[in-house]
Design a protein around this ligand. Structure first.
Ligand code: NAD
Ligand code: UFG
Length: 329
């Protein structure tokens, strides 16, 4: 039986495709390539170019293949853009989820692993954050992810579908051999932005505020290595295969690092000086976001292996140095 990876040509999806293949899974990918790259996929993978809001193509995929489970990465995920164009986000993210669950129902597919986000929590009331803490998203992107979780919840109660929702914190790094990595045309994430300086694509990094209530004044985040994150999806699928009930899990390393600490780690990883300037705060950035991932460790037996920031950034550096223009190189 096969696993359908929706959004498998994106940053996180493509690393999951590799991890699933290495684990001996039979993988099928659907992606509309809006932000994904076909070149990130091995040629051997069966690929459908299409939009998951199109129920016809989903039905075709489910009919032509013997699919046991869906791993769902499709989404728009730029927080700022979601504030400016909320309907674009609800249409793609929520609309995509509804279309996917409808087709799963029609085709008797019962398991789904879903990419949720720390953005569902909004400004946290305490650190580290537990799955049971309040969810008050502060932007349409986070709201769309929370709505998608709720839709899965109600559908799972009425129909025989079980889900695992994985709330990622900050995902970083690249496949260890540097052959695939993060390649967003509109890049907002800290690690690739920092590395644009040693790549000669940007003169300096702008640190968004150094007046937060943190030891060095810059924001603290919980960075999780992409291969460790991908492994959690395999464990989540195994959990569902073993009859596990629907669950939500935080995925983070449990340690927080400041923007300044990340820049210093990137200096060591790249061997470059990396200039910075202190800029204004970015609207909507919480001072600290750190996960309590003990539930994933206990139930899924998930154990992140790469937790040194220098090591994580070294993998990203290997990818960016060898692909300075991403997949267009
Ligand atoms: P990405 O943009 O690289 O990947 C998303 C993929 O889905 C792309 O290949 C895109 O072309 C495809 N896609 C989008 N809408 C589609 C649709 N309607 N039909 C078919 N394909 C579609 O993003 P990413 O960074 O790999 O993130 C993957 C998932 O993880 C997203 O759901 C995102 O919200 C979530 N997430 C990411 C992070 C992070 O740090 N990168 C953190 C939390 C959650
Ligand atoms: N930052 C800078 N300068 C930059 C870019 C980022 O100082 O040029 C800072 C941000 O202010 C933040 C930290 O670096 O403090 C990390 O920023 P990212 O944009 O890399 O990541 P976010 O923490 O904003 O976003 C992540 C995920 C989102 C998710 C969000 C939940 O990437 O998908 O966490 O809040 F929605």
């Amino acid at each position: 039986m096969s696993v359908l990876i929706c959004g498998g040509a994106g940053y996180i999806g493509s690393h999951n495709v590799r991890a699933f293949l290495n684990h001996g899974e039979d993988v099928i990918v659907i992606d509309n390539l809006v932000t994904g790259h076909k070149q990130s996929l091995p040629e051997s993978v069966k690929f459908y170019e299409g939009d998951i809001r199109d129920g016809k193509i989903l039905d075709e995929i489910f009919t032509q293949n013997n699919i046991e489970a869906v791993i769902h990465f499709c989404a728009f995920s730029l927080v700022g853009e979601s504030v400016e164009q909320p309907l674009k986000y609800f249409d793609n993210n929520v609309g995509g989820m509804i279309s996917l669950l409808e087709s799963m129902q029609r085709n008797n597919v019962k398991k789904i692993v879903f990419s949720s986000s720390a953005a569902v929590y909004g400004e946290p009331e305490r650190i580290p954050i537990l799955e049971t803490d309040p969810t008050n998203p502060t932007n349409p992107y986070g709201e769309s992810k929370r709505i998608m979780e709720k839709i899965m919840h109600w559908v799972s109660l009425q129909h025989d579908i079980r889900y695992v929702s994985l709330r990622y914190f900050n995902v970083a790094g690249a496949w260890h051999d540097g052959t695939i990595g993060e390649a967003h045309n509109h890049e907002t994430h800290l690690v690739p932005i920092i590395l644009q300086v040693p790549l000669g694509k940007r003169e300096k990094v702008t640190v968004y505020g150094d007046d937060y209530n943190t030891p060095d004044g810059t924001c603290i985040r919980d960075y999780v290595y992409i291969e460790d994150l991908a492994h959690a999806h395999l464990l989540a699928l195994e959990y569902l295969r073993n009859g596990g009930e629907s669950q939500i899990f935080n995925l983070g390393s449990g340690d927080g690092y400041s923007v300044m600490e990340m820049i210093n780690a990137a200096r060591k990883a790249s061997g470059h000086e990396i200039k910075l300037e202190i800029g204004k705060r970015r609207a909507g950035d919480p001072a600290r976001l750190v996960a309590d991932s003990s539930k994933a460790r206990e139930i899924l037996k998930w154990q992140p292996k790469v937790t040194s920031m220098e090591e994580i950034i070294s993998t990203a550096w290997r990818w960016h140095k060898s692909h300075p223009n991403g997949y267009d190189a």
